[in-house]
Design a protein around this ligand. Structure first.
Ligand code: T4K
Length: 399
C-alpha cells in the first residue's frame, strides 16, 4: 500500500514518477555490450570455454595489478573462493567471524565442519571489534576471518596482532571491497589472503564469480590446484580439490567491467553525495561515511536510523517498498539468528549487543550506474516526506 504521494514533477528518466521498474539495491553495473559481444565471439571461435582459458588468465592478471597484489586466483563465486581459502589455510576447530555479515561467511566454515564463532562488531565502523575477538578465543580457535563490510577496511593491524599473539591464521572476506584501500594499501594485501566476490549485485561483477588475492606463492599454487580438482597436468591429481573454476564468459564480463570501473565509481560517488546532502539534516538519520583519502567503491549507501528518530527503520523500509524502491535491511538479523546457527548456538546473541543494535538500524539504499539523480531524489523524497508526516509537520519537507 502506498504510504505517501510522490510529487508529479519528480520525473525519472522522463517517465512517470510512479515507475513500473522497481529501484533495487543490487542492480548490476554492466560495461560495454559491444566489447562483451566481441569477447564472446572470440570465445566461441576459440571453443575454449573453461579450465583456465586465456580470458581468465588475462582477467586474473588485471585484477592482481589493480590491487597491487602478486596473485589473483579467479573462482566461480565468492562463497567457493572462501571455502577453498579456508581449506587451503588448514583452518579447523573454531574460527572467529562477525555475525554481522552475509550468511556466506558463516556457511563457508560450517560447510567444512568448522565452528563459526561470532564476535561482536564496533557500532561505528560495523567491522570486527578486536577486543570482542579476544574474548572469543579458545583452545580450539585456529583462525579469524575479518569482513571489510561495505568496502571499508577492518581493523587489520589490531587483528594481525591478535592473530600473531595467539598463533592464529588471519584472512579477510573482502567481498564488498573490490578496488578499496586501507591506510593507502589496496585490499588484497592484508592477512594471509583476501576473498573477493564478483556477484551480479556487487560493485564489480562477472555475472557470478569470485577470487582469492594473496602475496603467498605457495598458497596461491595450492588454491589453483584446489579449484581444479587437484589436477597437475593431464592425468595427475596431486591434491584434494573441487570445481571452483571461473568460466571464460565470466572473465569476459570481468574484462569489460574492469574497463568501466571509473564510471561506476563516479556514479556511486555522485549518488552517495546526493544522499549525504539531502538526508543530512533529518534528525535521527545518518549515512555511514567513507574516508575520502582512501580508494572507495561507494557501492553500499548505508543509512542508519537512530532509536530517537521519528520513524523506525522498518517503517522506512515499508514506505520505500510501497514505492517499489527495494531498499534492504542488510545484514539483519545477523548470522547467529539464522539457521542452523540459531539452533546450534542459541546463546550467541548474549555476546553480540552491538550486532543486534546495528542490524536493527541499517537500511541499504539503491545506487549504481542504473540509478540517475532523479531516482535518488525520489528515494530521498520518500524518506523526507515520511519523517515529515511522523513529526507532525503540516506539509512535506521540500527537497
Ligand atoms: N561475503 C560477503 C560479505 C557477501 O556480501 C557475499 C555476497 C559473499 C561473501 C558471497 O559471495 P558470492 O558467493 O555471492 O559471490 C546478494 C548477493 O546474492 C550476494 O552475492 C551478496 N553477498 C549479498 C550482499 O547480496 P541477496 O540475498 O540480497 O540477493 P537478491 O537475489 O535478493 O538480490 C539483491 C537485489 O539485487 C535484488 O533486489 C534484485 C537485484 N538483482 C539481483 C540480481 C542477481 C538484480 O537487479 N539483478 C540481478 O541479476 O544477496
Amino acid at each position: 500500500m502506498k504510504i505517501i504521494e510522490i510529487p508529479k514533477d519528480l520525473a525519472i528518466n522522463g517517465a512517470d514518477p510512479a515507475f513500473d521498474q522497481p529501484l533495487h539495491v543490487g542492480r548490476p553495473n554492466i560495461g560495454s555490450r559491444e566489447d562483451f559481444l566481441k569477447y564472446a565471439g572470440e570465445i566461441f571461435d576459440r571453443r575454449w570455454l573453461s579450465n583456465n582459458g586465456p580470458m581468465v588468465q588475462e582477467f586474473e592478471q588485471r585484477v592482481a595489478n589493480y590491487h597491487n597484489v602478486k596473485h589473483c586466483i579467479a573462482m566461480c563465486n565468492g562463497t567457493v573462493a572462501l571455502e577453498i581459502a579456508i581449506r587451503a589455510l588448514g583452518l579447523e576447530g573454531e574460527v572467529i567471524i562477525p555475525s554481522y555479515t552475509f550468511i556466506a561467511t558463516a556457511h563457508a566454515l560450517h560447510w567444512q565442519a568448522i565452528t563459526p564463532v561470532f564476535a561482536d562488531i564496533d557500532p561505528v565502523t560495523h567491522t570486527l571489534d578486536p577486543e570482542a575477538v579476544c574474548r572469543m578465543i579458545t583452545l580450539r580457535t585456529t583462525g579469524i576471518i575479518g569482513v571489510h563490510l561495505w568496502g571499508r577496511g577492518s581493523p587489520v593491524e589490531a587483528l594481525q596482532e591478535i592473530a600473531d599473539e595467539h598463533g592464529l591464521k588471519l584472512m579477510f572476506d573482502a567481498a564488498h571491497a573490490f578496488g578499496c584501500s586501507h591506510k593507502g594499501t589496496m585490499i588484497g594485501n592484508f592477512g594471509v589472503c583476501e576473498v573477493l566476490s564478483f556477484h551480479a549485485t556487487k560493485f564489480f561483477n562477472t555475472f557470478e564469480g569470485g577470487a582469492v588475492l594473496t602475496n603467498n606463492d605457495e598458497l596461491a599454487e595450492t588454491m589453483r590446484l584446489m579449484r581444479n580438482f587437484g589436477f597437475s597436468g593431464m592425468d595427475n591429481v596431486i591434491h584434494p580439490g573441487t570445481n571452483g573454476k571461473m568460466i571464460e564468459v565470466a572473465a569476459a564480463m570481468g574484462l569489460v567491467n574492469l574497463d568501466a570501473i571509473d564510471n561506476v565509481i563516479e556514479a556511486n560517488y555522485r549518488n552517495y553525495q546526493i544522499y549525504q546532502k539531502e538526508l543530512s539534516n533529518l534528525p535521527g538519520i545518518s549515512l555511514l561515511t567513507f574516508d575520502e583519502s582512501e580508494h572507495n567503491n561507494y557501492q553500499y549507501v548505508v543509512m542508519e536510523v537512530a532509536g530517537d528518530c521519528v520513524v523506525t527503520r522498518d517503517q522506512i523500509i515499508e514506505a520505500l517498498h510501497a514505492e517499489n524502491i527495494l531498499a534492504r535491511k542488510y545484514f539483519w538479523p545477523g548470522c547467529h539468528n539464522m539457521k542452523p546457527y540459531s539452533e546450534l548456538y542459541p546463546h550467541a546473541g548474549l555476546m553480540l549487543e552491538n550486532t543486534r543494535q546495528v542490524a536493527g538500524r541499517v537500511v541499504v539504499l539503491p545506487t549504481g550506474t542504473t540509478q540517475n539523480k532523479g531516482m535518488i531524489r525520489v528515494v530521498v523524497q520518500v524518506i523526507r516526506v515520511l519523517c515529515g508526516l511522523h513529526s507532525g509537520a503540516k506539509k512535506a519537507i521540500d527537497l
